[in-house]
Design a protein around this ligand. Structure first.
Ligand code: SF4
Length: 312
């Protein structure tokens, strides 16, 4: 297998061309990533900070043996309060080949992972498509999960059609003032909602196996921010008003003031219990039927993995 891995170790010329004048995400920086880095901090090579069986994703992803999570370095949103700040802002991670990425997928499966969970994958879509293709040829069977902040271009997502089984996007904000202030993206809602519609078109509603593990489908996450109950309610409204009833919306309470959050009084606190309970009550009143809710004690830095190059 080593010889074969070497044979597809580099990006195909067609995929590499996308990195010259990169427009993979809504930032559309246009930089030549073979010579410079764009807004996301990604160059031409894949960088990964950790690959391990994550025990703390939703139960239908982590199960008993963990979700085979690959944390990519760089991010096209770079939220000030990022819960994974060392990899999204500080460049923690190691350059690897596409062949190595594919081998990591196979290793996680061999360790028993229930799925391959690609965290912040957007800047590396060309590499990921090629790595998945190769790993499938080598016998990879578990589902591929595309775990994204939601700031995506539909044109890029179309490259993933048929290769991604589960889409796990955030829908972080409705209000352009919030998305501009905390994520530098006033157009976030426009792009994220178009992306979610495209994801729904590709994979539809969740399909679970006999053990309750997610095999295919769209599952949306929303992390409620301190003081932003009204915007979180608008997120619930959009999901219920624009997608079929079978859609999953996971309401997350785990916000922890990490990254640069302590510099901003609005972000420097945890989400009050009353705010989260009010959001869940609102979602139920509005008729949300499917989704996961969290315990308030999930808001702790101890649930953030160490980005220590494990498994890379
Ligand atoms: S993926 Fe990175 S380099 Fe490419 S357009 Fe987005 S932010 Fe810019």
């Amino acid at each position: 297998m080593a010889e074969e891995l070497r044979a597809w170790g580099e990006l195909s010329s067609e995929l590499a061309a996308q990195l010259r004048g990169c427009t993979l995400c809504p930032r559309q920086c246009g930089v030549d990533r073979h010579a410079a880095r764009g807004y996301c901090g990604a160059g031409a090579a894949v960088r990964v900070a950790k690959a391990f069986r994550h025990p703390w994703e939703e139960p239908c992803l982590s199960g008993e043996r963990g979700s085979g999570t690959v944390f990519f370095t760089g991010c096209n949103l770079r939220c000030l309060y990022c819960q994974n700040y060392p990899i999204s802002h500080q460049g923690v991670g190691k350059e690897i080949s596409v062949a190595r990425l594919s081998a990591i997928f196979l290793e996680l499966e061999a360790q028993g992972a229930h799925n391959i969970n690609l965290v912040t994958p957007t800047p590396y879509v060309p590499h990921i498509v090629q790595a998945i293709q190769a790993a499938r040829r080598e016998g990879l069977r578990i589902p591929i999960v595309y775990n994204t902040g939601g700031y995506e271009r539909v044109e890029t997502l179309r490259q993933l059609e048929g290769w991604v089984d589960v889409y796990l996007p955030d829908l972080k904000y409705c209000d352009a003032r919030l998305s501009a202030r905390w994520s530098g993206a006033p157009d976030y809602f426009t792009y994220a909602t178009a992306a979610i519609q495209e994801m729904w078109r590709q994979v539809g509603e969740p399909v679970f196996d006999a053990h309750g593990m997610l095999r295919r489908g769209l599952m949306i996450r929303h992390l409620t921010l301190p003081g932003a109950l009204e915007d979180s309610q608008r997120v619930v409204d959009w999901v219920l008003d624009n997608l079929p009833r079978g859609v999953y919306l996971n309401l997350m309470a785990q916000y922890t003031p990490l990254g640069r959050a302590p510099e901003y009084p609005e972000l420097a606190t945890r989400v009050p219990r009353e705010q989260y309970e009010a959001l869940v009550a609102y979602a139920l009143e509005r008729g949300l039927e499917c989704g996961f809710i969290q315990e308030m004690d999930s808001a702790s830095p101890e649930y953030v993995p160490a980005f220590d190059l494990e498994g890379v």
